[in-house]
Structures are given as C-alpha cells and as structure tokens.
Design a protein around this ligand. Structure first.
Ligand SMILES: Nc1ncnc2c1ncn2[C@@H]1O[C@H](COP(=O)(O)OP(=O)(O)OP(=O)(O)O)[C@@H](O)[C@H]1O
Ligand SMILES: [Mg+2]
Length: 585
C-alpha cells in the first residue's frame, strides 16, 4: 500500500464527501436489515397462529399488513441511501481521477525533451488513461465495497450471533473459502486481461500504422504481407481472449455453488435446530436471507483485494513519472531583456544513450543583429548546436552565454520566448492554418498573421485554398507540400518577432528562387535580429554576415564569405561546386 499513499492528499481534499458517504453506507445497511427481520417475524406469527388456533385471524392479518408496509418502506429508504452513497463515494473517485490526470499531465509538460526521447508515446498515454482508471477502481468501488462489506458484516453477524450463535457459525463457514476462491479467480482474470490488453494494443498499433503508411504499402505492393501479419496478430489475440473468457465463465457458477452450499447448511443445521425446538421457524427463514445477503459482500473481499493490488502496481508506474526530475530546470523567474549576443565557450555534447560526441569544444561568438550560416556535412552537429541555444539539451562540458550571461542561469521561458525556432522536421497540428501560425503568438491579429505569411512567401498558396486561412491541416484536412510546410513554420516563428531567429535547414524544400525571395523579405525584418541558418546551400549561406563550418562536431572554418572563399577550404570548394551546378542548369 506504500505507493497508494500518494492518493492520501486527495482523500483529505474530499474528506467531507467521503465521511458523509461512509455514514450513509452504514445507515443504508441498517435499513437493509429491517426486511429480513420482519419476514422472520411474520413467519413466526403465522406459525404461532397455525399451532395455537386461539389467535384472532383479523389481528394476525393487520399485523402482517403492517409488517409488509414496513418491509417496503425500509427497502425504499435503504435504496435511497444506497443511491446517495454511490453518488458520494463514486463521484469522489471520479474527482480524484480528474485531479490525478491533471497532475500527471502537468508533470509531463514540465519534463524535458530527453524524457520524451526515453519513453514511448504509448507508454505516456497508458499511464494517464489505463493506469489512472485502475487507481480509480481502488479509490471508488474498492473503498465503497470495503465499507459496505465491513458495516454489513459487523451489523449482521453481531445480530445473528445474538439470535442463534451455533447456526451463525455453520452459516459463515463456507464464506472465507468463497472469498479465497474469488481472489484466486480474479487474479487469473487480471493476468489474462493484461495479456489480452497487450495484444489488443499491438493489434491497434499495427492497424493504425498500416493506415498511415498506406502510400508505402500500396506502392511497394505489400498488401498481402501486411494482411498476413495482421491476421496472425488477430489470431493470437483471439486465442488469448478465448482463454480469458473460459476463466470468466467459471466465476459465476462457482459463486452460485458456494452460495448453494451455504443455503443447504443453513436449511440442514437450522432445520435440525428447529425440530429440536432450539430456534423458531422465522429465525430459520431470516438466516436464509442473511446468508444470501452476506455472500456477495464476502465475495467482493477477494475481488477488492485484487483491485487494490492492481491499483498499487499502476500507482507505482504513475509515481515513477511523477518523481522524475526534469533535466533542464528553469533557474529563475526574473524578467530580462534579451538582446541576442551568443557566445559558445568550448562547448561539447556527448549523447549518453548512443555515446556519440555530437559537438566537440565548439567556440564562437555572434554579435547582436548578426546573421550566421551553419554549414557542414550531414551529421556534423548543426541541429545539435541549434538545440543547445534553445536549451533542449545542456552542454556536457563548456558554457553558452547570451548577452554575457550563462544561459543555464537565465529565465528559461524568457529565453525560449525570445527565440523563433524552426526545427529541421516541421511539426504542424491538426488545426487550421491560422491557428498553426498563431502558435507563435497566441494573441496575434489576422493582419499580423498575413504579414508573416507574406514574408514567408506563402500568401499565394493560402489564397488558393477554398477556406483560405481557416483551411484545416493534417488528418481529414489539407496536406501541405514539403515546401509549404516549411514556409508555414517560418511564418510561425517570425510572427513572434523574436530577438533570435533559428532556421534549421528550413528552406531545403523550396526552390532557389523562392529561397532568395524569402531571404530578401526576411532581411527587412531581421535587421536587428540575430539570425542563425543551418543550411547545405551556398545560396543561403553567402547572404549571411558570417559562416560557421562544422566537421564531426568541431569548428572547421569561421568567417565571412570573403574570408572563407580565400581560405580554399570546405566552404570555397562547396561554393565552386554549387556555382558550377547552377551554371549547368
Ligand atoms: N537525440 C539524439 N540522440 C543521440 N544522438 C543524436 C541525437 N541527435 C543527434 N544525434 C547524433 O548527433 C550527431 C549530430 O547530429 P545533428 O542532427 O546535429 O547533425 P546535422 O549536422 O544537423 O545533420 P543534418 O545535416 O543531416 O541535419 C549525429 O551523429 C546524430 O546521429
Ligand atoms: Mg540537422
């Protein structure tokens, strides 16, 4: 139960509802007991009438009628209280489920990128949905049934022991056995359900992928292979399901058997006692009702035990995430004025998981308002360097300074708000074009959106869509071309009017003419901005104030276009090669 301690704060939050729920449960149980007692009483009354005919039939009739009215009344009241009990306790479990989901989601939002790299999306989704619903079963039904069972048991058994102690002991004899059997079966059912669930999620993932990858499947003509794979997954899933259903099928017959045994015991032992004049006939009838009343709650003891075990395991998984510390921590909430001077001082980055040295003692300085082109072969560390500026990662060794301050010490939100970052692979939400752009500035006006779209040279494309700026993207929306996506991402970044603009290979999917157009319109708004463009194209690089060439994570060349052309190194070779290609075209 150690892991479930986490939920105590929520129990405390809803303590009033829980306490009222518990009190009402006890009251509901007391009312539920009136009926069997009155039934027993009525039977004794009739028995007495039959054996001693001295009693008046009319008084018997009126007494029976009163009993019937009381039975109905107590059943109605017990029903109403049971309803209120469920409203209280089950509602609390829904509130706690809501709170816990919010707590987990908030935690997810606070965690750094490496957490997302190390955990699969499915896993993150599972903890917030599957695991939380398992925990809810503990918070709601498990606690409710425990209270119901405990209160019923204490009240009924005390009463029964008072009336007929020997018969009570015999009656209760099969109940612990019933509880243990239910516990064992529940455990098997849970284990098998887990396997079924796992296969179901494999099947869903496979099916989902086959839909999203339909283009590849059809063009590579592999439908038959995919069908075969899916069929075999479905077959295993069916097999596991059948095995679960078999165990489930044992559940009720076994319960009925044990209830039957209890009933036979009461009738047999109680019958003997009645014949020996130890008990009245009414008591025997009353006890038969009690046995049936007790069986279900006792059976739930086994069920509840297995729910609690599952909840414990789920809460353990949730706690693992809740206890994770973000690797990138916001050190301050101080508002600062960011100007845009960036300095790298012997920065190295080693990716722990792969042991790849992505950057190696990189040092350079970019002045405010300068533009820098980052060049280098694939995998030379360009994207990594840009991610370090956004603090997606922190350097393993070395320091990065922004306006002379260590970026690890400045307000992380301020830093990121002042950077317009267009990552190498564009991500667009399944939302309208306008909302995707406004992501950069949530309160931007349509005019501002249009302006940034114009700078990104996307106006014409958007005008062609029927819904214009309200065109939906992604699933069941319009799919943009690679170049359109890139330009939309640029519009999203520049609408922020950031102090630092970072474009990671963001013009690779547009033709050189559009590239030139975008660069020249960007020029107008980026005069005061620090701009860093990672690119493979000389046409993008040569317009920048300086060029930084990386090779295997180290700085190979750094200087202006003129400097590097004269140097006869990587840059000048690329320049000559790409210029001659252009001439051929
Ligand atoms: N998240 C990561 N985890 C582990 N290794 C990584 C990660 N990101 C990048 N790398 C590795 O770091 C090196 C540098 O990658 P990076 O993406 O910075 O190269 P790049 O210069 O941007 O290449 P490209 O021109 O293809 O975009 C590569 O060897 C890459 O495999
Ligand atoms: Mg890259």
């Amino acid at each position: 139960m150690l892991e479930l301690k986490h939920l105590n704060k929520y129990f405390f939050k809803y303590k009033v509802k829980i306490i009222i729920g518990i009190l009402i449960t006890i009251i509901a149980r007391i009312f539920a007991l009136i009926a069997p007692n009155l039934i027993g009483n009525s039977i004794t009354l009739i028995e007495n009438y039959l054996s001693t005919s001295s009693l008046n039939i009319e008084t018997i009739k009126s007494k029976l009628l009163i009993n019937i009215l009381f039975i109905i009344g107590s059943a109605v009241i017990a029903g109403i209280f049971t309803f209120i009990m469920r409203q209280m306790l089950i509602n609390v479990s829904r509130f706690i489920e809501f709170d816990l989901k919010n707590e987990i989601y908030k935690k997810y939002q606070s965690l750094s990128f490496d957490f997302y790299k190390n955990n699969r999306t499915g896993d993150l989704m599972n903890r917030i949905s599957e695991d939380v619903s398992k925990v809810r079963m503990y918070v709601g039904p498990a606690i409710m049934y425990t209270i119901t069972t405990a209160s019923l048991f204490i009240i009924v058994v005390t009463y029964m022991l008072n009336v007929a102690p020997k018969l009570t002991l015999y009656t209760l004899l099969p109940l612990p056995v019933l509880s243990v059997i239910i516990y064992k079966i529940s455990k098997i059912i849970n284990r098998k359900s887990k396997v079924v669930q796992e296969f179901l999620s494999k099947l869903t993932t496979y099916t989902q992928e086959s839909f999203s990858g339909v283009k590849i499947i059809k063009t590579y003509v592999v439908q038959k292979y995919i069908n075969k794979e899916l069929r075999s997954l479905a077959a295993i899933s069916k097999e596991k399901n059948m095995s679960l259903v078999k165990v489930q099928a044992w559940f009720f017959p076994l319960m009925m058997l044990l209830i039957g045994i209890s009933n036979i015991l009461v009738v047999y032992i109680g019958g003997l006692q009645y014949m020996n004049n130890e008990i009245e006939l009414g008591v025997l009838a009353e006890f038969i009702i009690y046995v049936n009343m007790l069986t279900w709650p006792v059976a739930t003891v086994g069920w509840v035990t297995s729910i609690v075990q599952q909840a414990e395991a789920s809460q353990k998984r949730i706690n693992e995430f809740l206890e994770t510390k973000p690797s990138i921590i916001n050190p301050s909430t101080k508002k600062i004025d960011i100007k845009g001077e960036i300095k790298f001082d012997k920065v190295s980055l080693n990716f722990k998981e792969t042991n790849i040295q992505a950057l190696n003692e990189v040092s350079f300085k970019i002045n405010k308002g300068e533009s820098i082109a980052l060049m280098g072969d694939v995998g030379s560390g360009k994207s990594t360097l840009l991610e370090l500026i956004c603090r997606i990662y922190d350097p393993t060794i070395g320091k990065i300074f922004l306006d002379g301050n260590d970026i690890k010490k400045i307000n992380l939100n301020e830093l990121r708000t002042n950077i317009g970052y267009v990552p190498q692979s564009t991500f667009l939400f399944s939302d309208s074009i306008i909302n995707n752009i406004k992501f950069g500035k949530l309160d931007a006006s349509l005019d501002e959106v249009k302006k940034s779209v114009k700078i990104a040279c996307l106006t014409k494309d958007i005008e062609l869509f029927k819904e214009k700026y309200n065109t939906l993207l992604g699933e069941r929306g319009v799919n943009l071309s690679g170049g359109q996506k890139q330009r939309l991402a640029i519009a999203r970044a520049i609408i922020k009017k950031p102090e630092i603009l970072i474009l990671d290979d963001s013009l690779s999917a547009v033709d050189t003419e559009t590239e030139e157009k975008i660069l020249s319109s960007l020029n107008d708004i980026t005069k005061k901005m620090t701009v860093i463009i990672a690119t493979h194209r000389i046409s993008s690089a040569k317009t920048c104030d300086k060029i930084l060439v990386l090779k295997n994570g180290s700085v190979l060349e750094f200087g202006s276009h003129k400097d590097l052309i004269n140097k006869n190194g990587y840059y000048s070779t690329s320049y000559r090669k790409q210029s001659s290609e252009k001439e051929i075209i």
